[in-house]
Design a protein around this ligand. Structure first.
Ligand code: THU
Length: 161
């Protein structure tokens, strides 16, 4: 038996003032997008914003449903819009934020497992890593240089070919 280890690096920022202008701008867009979430059941509003290689921005918000499992996360709403509007243009980065009356939005939110799987597929499809900027309405921010890092032992299309 051999013990193996998985390690990855991520950046930690105390607040938005420490980010590059490009990343700060994206996080501001994600924070703003939380206002457009449709989350009457969880009351957990999520906003995502992405910068594309062609300089365009796309936003996404979570869209819930009375039939709970039908709801979609902000990140996957965004990826669906990006792939539809700009089918050949890779994403450079995606910022995510949240807002809820239940707790203070002062720490980073990170994408759920399903969204990590979708982000990985997008990266693979466009052969470009997506930088993920994870924040809240205020406070600390985490950044990974590729969404792949968030999903070790990922299931990929390699198994299907
Ligand atoms: N949600 C997202 O939109 N993105 C995530 O990464 C985590 C969870 C949404 C789904 C649901 O509408 C609400 O947050 C509470 O889980």
């Amino acid at each position: 038996m051999k013990q193996s280890k998985f390690e990855f690096e991520y950046e930690v920022y105390d607040d938005i003032s420490q980010l590059s202008k490009e990343d700060a701008d994206l996080l501001i867009r994600a924070r703003g997008a939380t206002a457009n979430a449709y989350a009457p059941y969880s009351k957990f509003n999520v906003g995502a914003a992405a910068l594309l290689v062609n300089g365009e921005y796309i936003a996404g918000t979570n869209q819930e449903n009375a039939s709970y499992p039908v709801g979609i996360c902000a990140e996957r709403v965004l990826l669906g819009s990006a792939a539809t509007l700009y089918p050949d243009i890779p994403l450079i980065a995606m910022a995510i934020s949240f807002n809820t009356a239940k707790e203070k939005s002062n720490h980073p939110i990170s994408p759920c497992g399903m969204c990590r799987q979708s982000l990985l597929e997008y990266e693979t499809r466009f052969k470009k890593p997506i930088r993920v900027i994870m924040g809240g309405m205020e406070g600390k921010i985490h950044i990974v240089q590729s969404s792949r890092l968030l999903l070790p032992f990922a299931f990929t299309s390699d198994e299907l070919i």
